[in-house]
Design a binder for this molecule. Structure first.
Ligand SMILES: N[C@@H](CCC(=O)N[C@@H](CS)C(=O)NCC(=O)O)C(=O)O
Length: 205
């Protein structure tokens, strides 16, 4: 199977860490891919993901799996199931809900990044960026107040959260999350001891 990815994508990083942790990394061929809002890519839209986003997992039979959550669940299934996402019961819904929060935080951070990187300066709307950043920030605060998240066995929420913190360091280095959220700092330090997390850090900005 093949994964479309970029080294800077926090969503792709979530899948890469999951693949390493599940022992499946050698089964995946990584295909560096560039997708950017405002740049059409007919081939990618037609053959990989009509939403023109990465990561996408292309299976050996040619079918495609998106998005990063679904890919991780697919890999988890391949590895026997219930490893990074509980297979059933209340814990499954808790993990899926917490993951949805992390996913929304990543979406909000990415929108802030795109606004600053892509939108012509004269068309920018600072209040809109502040609004998106506020969502990401409140997500961090939400996890800071839920230390149980950090003490359970490794799961997709912790993987997503370390990707969100890494993306904040990478794209918003002066945002100040380390000063505001001491439990997240301890969590991040603990996660950084994993080879999967170290090996997938975004390149120096
Ligand atoms: N919900 C998607 C989000 C993926 C996403 O937004 N990826 C970014 C790269 S980090 C992307 O493809 N951006 C291109 C675009 O939005 O045009 C997932 O979890 O995989």
């Amino acid at each position: 199977m093949k994964l479309t990815f970029s080294a800077t994508s926090p969503f792709a990083r979530k899948v890469r860490i999951s693949a390493i942790e599940l022992g499946l990394i050698d089964k995946i061929e990584f295909v560096p891919t560039t997708v950017t809002p405002t740049t059409m890519n007919e081939d990618y839209s037609s053959h990989v993901n009509p939403l023109r986003k990465l990561p996408a997992l292309i299976l050996d039979d040619g079918s495609t799996i998106v998005d990063s959550y679904v890919i991780t669940e697919y890999l988890d299934d391949l590895a026997g199931g219930g490893k990074l996402i509980p297979a059933s019961g209340p814990k499954r819904w808790q993990v899926k809900t917490e993951h949805a929060i992390v996913q929304g935080m990543l979406d909000a951070m990415l929108l802030c990044r795109y606004e600053k990187m892509l939108r012509p300066e004269a068309l920018r709307w600072p209040k809109w960026v502040d609004d998106q950043w506020d969502r990401a920030w409140h997500g961090l605060k939400w996890f800071e107040e839920r230390p149980d998240t950090f003490s359970r066995p490794l799961d997709i929420v912790q993987i997503g959260l370390v990707c969100a913190l890494g993306y904040a360091d990478f794209r918003f280095p002066s945002c100040g999350w380390r000063d505001a959220f001491p439990r997240l700092v301890a969590f991040n330090d603990k996660m950084m001891q994993r080879d999967s997390v170290k090996a997938t850090l975004p390149p120096a900005a």
